[in-house]
Design a protein around this ligand. Sequence first.
Ligand code: FMN
Length: 171
Amino acid sequence: MDFSEIIKKRYSARAYRPDAVEQEKLDAVLEAARVAPTAASRQPFKIIVIHTKGRQEELSRLYPARWFTQAPLLICICVTPDSAWLRRDHKNYADVDAAIVMDHLILAATEQGLGTCWVAAFDPAAAREILALPAGVEPIVFTPLGYAADSAGTKLRRPLADLVCYEKWQG
Ligand SMILES: Cc1cc2nc3c(=O)[nH]c(=O)nc-3n(C[C@H](O)[C@H](O)[C@H](O)COP(=O)(O)O)c2cc1C
C-alpha cells in the first residue's frame, strides 16, 4: 500500500474482532512510532501496550464504549512534559510530539491491516491509576489496536479552499 492509499484507508474503527495481533505487526507499528520526529528530538514519550483479555471491566473505566476494550490491545501514548522542548515563550511541545507519535503508529497499523481509533475523551484519573503513572507523566491519547469489525463511513472534511490560505491568515 502506498502512502496516499494508507492515509485514505485509515478511519476510526469502532468495532473490533478479538483475534490476536501478530507480534511482527505489533513490532512494525511500534517501530513506526519510535522513529517519529519530536521537537529538538527530546523524545519525551512512552508507549504503553495494554492487553485487554480478561481486563475489559477494569479497562472500561478508562472509556466506557464497548468497542474500546474489544481489540486484544490498547495503546496509550504518555508524555513527560518536563523533558519536552519549550519554545522561548515557554510553550511546551509534548502534546504535539505525542500526536506525531500516535499518527505514525496509527498509519503503520493501517498499513498492517489493523484498525485503530484515536481516543482522547478518556478518564485521566482512571488512566493514572490503572497504568500506575508517576507524577510528571501525562496520558495523552489511547487507541485500540486490532482487527476492525466495521468499515469506514463517509469522510466529512472541509474543502481545501476553506483550509488553506497563502501568505496570510484569511478567514
Ligand atoms: C485528537 C483526537 C481525539 C479523538 N478522540 C476521540 C474519542 O475520544 N472518541 C472517539 O470515538 N473518537 C475520537 N476521535 C476520532 C475522531 O472523532 C475522528 O478521527 C473524526 O471524526 C474523523 O473520522 P475518521 O477518523 O474516521 O476519519 C479523536 C480523534 C482525534 C484526532
